[in-house]
Design a protein around this ligand. Structure first.
Ligand code: AMP
Length: 309
């Protein structure tokens, strides 16, 4: 029997500018990247989201072909799909959001399909915190783990609801800038402590090309990012990370801290594929061999021997 992962998040069209090129309208969205990354694992995965009538059939088919259950993706007749546009700066670690058009997301009332009322793991991808809460209240049994991703947009526009959802999750995954904005703390260690106090037992802080940190009580695990020759487009790196992280945890059914460390490496490997091409282009073609080569590279990068007295 396969374990179940429920993903809630945006499906979108993105316009992206990086120092290497520009695209006006490509498939994006948090749930899209998370679902595609998670579909590499041997799990049952469903995505709950909303799109407009303009959403191309081939894009929904792409998810279906990967074995993702899309029966919880609502298509709003006459509606327009969520649109996001961003520009990356020269270091590719920072970006400016140029436009966020909520469109069909504005009145979205998520409906979890009956057969996903009892998922093992829930991944609340970046989305309005009210929608994240509405999804969470439909889950019947307490899942093994609820993981949350969010971003500065929701901290600016829906802080009260965001605090409510943060209080209900086990793991939060955000980037360093977002952790600082959420807590008003420059030190990431202090920021993680404050976030623990808000609810999540596990705090993941992503640092782009500098890797990710996992905090749990007084323990910290630090994973590097793979030094890559070419980075074209960091869009979706955080979501691919979340998909790899939750996909691996769901497949193994083990949510111990030590297994979370491995999950962080799977997530980081998945993100490393995404950033090598624009949008989802690389993520949809990740082979088992390529994944295993990359995991090996992570291991070699971080293994060393020191004799301690
Ligand atoms: P990431 O680079 O992992 O942070 O995720 C990028 C994806 O997030 C893009 O494909 C966007 O469509 C989506 N996105 C951007 N802004 C938002 C937002 N405010 N809420 C939900 N999803 C968003």
């Amino acid at each position: 029997m396969k374990y179940k992962l429920l993903v809630v998040g945006t499906m979108a069209y993105d316009a992206i500018e990086t120092p290497f090129g520009k695209v006006d309208k490509i498939l994006g969205g948090a749930a899209t990247y998370i679902g595609l990354a998670a579909s590499s694992f041997s799990i049952d995965c469903a995505v709950v989201s909303v799109v407009g009538e303009d959403f191309e059939k081939e894009h929904l088919a792409l998810l279906k072909d990967k074995g993702i259950d899309v029966s919880g993706v609502e298509i709003v007749p006459g509606g327009e799909t969520f649109f996001w546009s961003g520009r990356y700066h020269n270091d590719l670690n920072t970006r400016t959001t140029l436009d966020t058009r909520l469109n069909v997301l504005e009145n979205f009332d998520p409906k979890i399909p009956d057969h996903f009322f009892t998922p093992d793991i829930v991944m609340l991808g970046n989305l309005s915190p009210d929608v994240q809460l509405a999804a969470l209240t439909q889950i019947k049994n307490k899942p093994k783990l609820v993981v949350l991703d969010t971003m500065n947009f929701w901290m600016d526009h829906a802080r009260e609801s965001l605090d409510k959802v943060i209080a209900k999750v086990d793991v939060i995954s955000i980037n360093d800038e977002e952790a600082r904005q959420l807590t008003d703390q420059y030190s990431l260690v202090k920021a993680a402590q404050m976030i623990h106090e808000m609810g999540p037992k596990y705090v993941i802080i992503k640092k782009g090309e500098h890797g990710a940190l996992l905090f749990h009580n007084n323990e910290i695990f630090c994973a590097p990012a793979l030094p890559l020759e070419e980075v074209f487009d960091p869009t979706g790196a955080g979501d691919s990370f979340a998909g790899g992280f939750t996909g691996y945890l769901t497949q193994t059914g083990d949510i111990s801290f030590s297994n979370m460390k491995s999950a962080i490496i799977y997530g980081s490997a998945m993100a490393s594929f995404t950033v090598e091409k624009f949008g989802t282009e690389n993520l949809v073609n990740v082979s088992h061999q390529a994944m295993s080569d990359r995991l090996k590279a992570f291991k070699e990068l971080t293994t060393f021997e020191i004799e301690l007295e």
